[in-house]
Design a protein around this ligand. Structure first.
Ligand code: FAD
Ligand code: SF4
Length: 461
């Protein structure tokens, strides 16, 4: 039988309809579509896709189970290494990871590994899933700082090994960026909640509204009997450009803007308690996933015109191609090779944005061509909201409240790459708190490595 070169397409909401609401854009596979796609996998003897996955999901095995219609077995195989498959199936940059290594990608489309992973997890969203059984308790306590993908993964792996695990989370909800950053139209919050609930079944204790470094210190956690601490506190401190006008009303960091909308449900104000300004002409500065999410959210809040302002060309944009494509389909305007130099105000509010044209020079240390301002090319556009999505760094609270914890010049926690061990005895770290803003699956991989190292250390004591 001839090999099908194209991926089985996934249904999506119509761009003209979906730009007015927050419902999920990508609709997932049906069972028939999943089986059809799974049958494209040729079950390589040396499956490179597995090496492309930071948590080494046994991809050919789960796809084989799916090809035979055994969804339960497929999910069981995925969950051996990945506790958040419905999340990863939706937001992992598969095209840069497992799917990039799939041999079918050489002649046509790689197998849609992410879509299949999502299908297997979604299939059991409303069905009874075979429960994962926690190991018998070993009497040892581990504290986790932060309930994002890194912390939740470390917690799950340690709970499965019999540890008494407590997750301390600063917000009132668990999930980290999955709940406060990535919008509903890409990752429904009900999906995150469901996957988090499954961790509760493993016996993990969750303490929300606890800011470690303020409410309780890491040193105090040891005094309370925790034998190891994993820090997965993310990189939630936004960067700004330091240009005139950034303190005007109507200028947001993408983190604040998205947190207001996603976590605090500002789109529903005054039914919810948190407002957000609904702009007419919105400018989002940056070219990553965060910028696309902020722009598409602004559109859904009713903006007439939403621009992405990016200083390099579209080729250098770090956002996933799929996100750029979706944003463009919905009508987002891309002002590339453009950089803001001033935000213009009137009576304290944003009234415009002054930009300069850019051209690309020689590659810089990141390997991308350096953007250079074109002299005399400044111009002004009318604006009432400007959203800065140019990156984040770790919040210094943990560093400042934990003597002996070594950090880099930009605030990342210094760790041993293999184990996640920090310079402070018994303290491990991973995810964005170590790497700076990265990806969900890299954070999960770090959580897994640290859980393994904590287990090795505590079981030898
Ligand atoms: P986080 O998810 O940031 O979680 C850290 C948690 O720790 C938070 O809940 C925080 O409240 C808590 N915390 C912080 N300090 C303390 C403290 N002192 N005490 C207690 N708790 C604390 N990645 C992808 O792979 N695909 C995408 O499509 C994608 N899109 C993104 C879109 C947006 C808008 C953003 C912001 C990020 C996106 N990312 C994406 C990146 C990804 O979400 C992060 O890399 C990932 O969430 C990092 O996980 P983490 O557990 O290290 O940190
Ligand atoms: Fe299947 Fe592609 Fe992985 Fe080979 S590389 S096992 S074809 S998904």
């Amino acid at each position: 039988m001839a090999l099908k070169l194209e991926k089985t397409p996934m249904r999506e909401l119509d761009p003209q309809e979906r730009r007015h609401h927050f419902k999920e854009v990508a609709l997932g596979y049906t069972l028939e579509e999943a089986i059809q796609e799974a049958k494209r996998c040729i079950q390589c003897k040396k499956p490179m896709c597995v090496t492309g996955c930071p948590v080494n999901v046994q991809i050919p095995q789960f796809i084989n189970a799916l090809a035979q219609g055994d969804v339960e077995e497929a999910l069981k195989i995925i969950k051996e290494t990945n506790n958040l498959p419905a999340v990863c199936g939706r937001v992992c940059p598969q095209e840069e990871q497992c799917e990039k290594k799939c041999v079918l990608g050489r002649k046509g489309d790689s197998v849609a590994i992410g879509r299949l992973e999502r299908f297997a997890a979604d299939y059991f969203m409303d069905r009874e899933e075979p429960a994962e059984r926690p190991a018998s308790p070993n009497g040892k306590r581990v504290a986790i700082v932060g309930g994002g993908p890194a912390g939740l993964t470390a917690a799950a792996d340690l709970a499965k090994l019999g540890y008494d695990v407590t997750v301390f989370e600063a917000f009132h909800e668990l999930g980290g960026v999955l709940v406060y950053g990535i919008p509903e139209f890409r990752l429904p919050k009900a999906v995150v909640k469901k996957e988090v609930e499954k961790l509760k079944d493993l016996g993990v204790t969750f303490r929300t509204n606890v800011v470690v470094g303020k409410t309780i210190l890491i040193d105090e956690l040891f005094e309370y009997g925790y034998e190891a601490v994993f820090v997965g506190s993310g990189a939630g401190l936004p960067k700004f450009m330091n240009i005139p006008g950034e303190n005007l009303n109507g200028v947001y960091s993408a983190n604040e803007y998205l947190t207001r909308i996603n976590l605090m449900k500002a789109y529903d104000f005054p039914q919810s308690h948190t407002p957000v300004k609904k702009g007419r002409k919105v400018f989002v500065v940056g070219g990553g996933n965060v910028a696309m999410d902020a722009a598409r959210s602004a559109l859904r809040l009713g903006a007439d015109e939403v621009h992405i302002v990016y200083r390099r060309s579209e080729q250098e944009m770090p956002a996933r191609l799929e996100e750029v494509h979706h944003a463009r389909e919905e009508g987002i305007i891309f002002d590339v090779l453009t950089n803001p130099v001033e935000i213009i105000g009137e009576e304290g509010w944003v009234k415009g944005i002054k930009c300069i044209r850019m051209e690309l020079g020689q590659p810089d240390s990141s390997g991308r061509r350096r953007p250079i301002p074109v002299p005399g090319s400044e111009f002004i556009m009318e604006a009432d909201i400007v959203i800065m999505a140019i990156g984040t760094s770790p919040n210094p609270l943990i560093k400042n409240s934990t003597p002996g914890l070594e950090t880099t010049s930009w605030g990342g926690i210094v760790v041993d790459e293999e184990t996640g061990a920090t310079s402070k005895e018994g303290v491990y770290a991973g995810g964005d708190a170590v790497t700076g803003a990265a990806t969900v699956i890299l954070a999960m991989g770090a959580g897994k490595r640290a859980a393994k190292a904590i287990h090795e250390k505590l079981s030898n004591q």
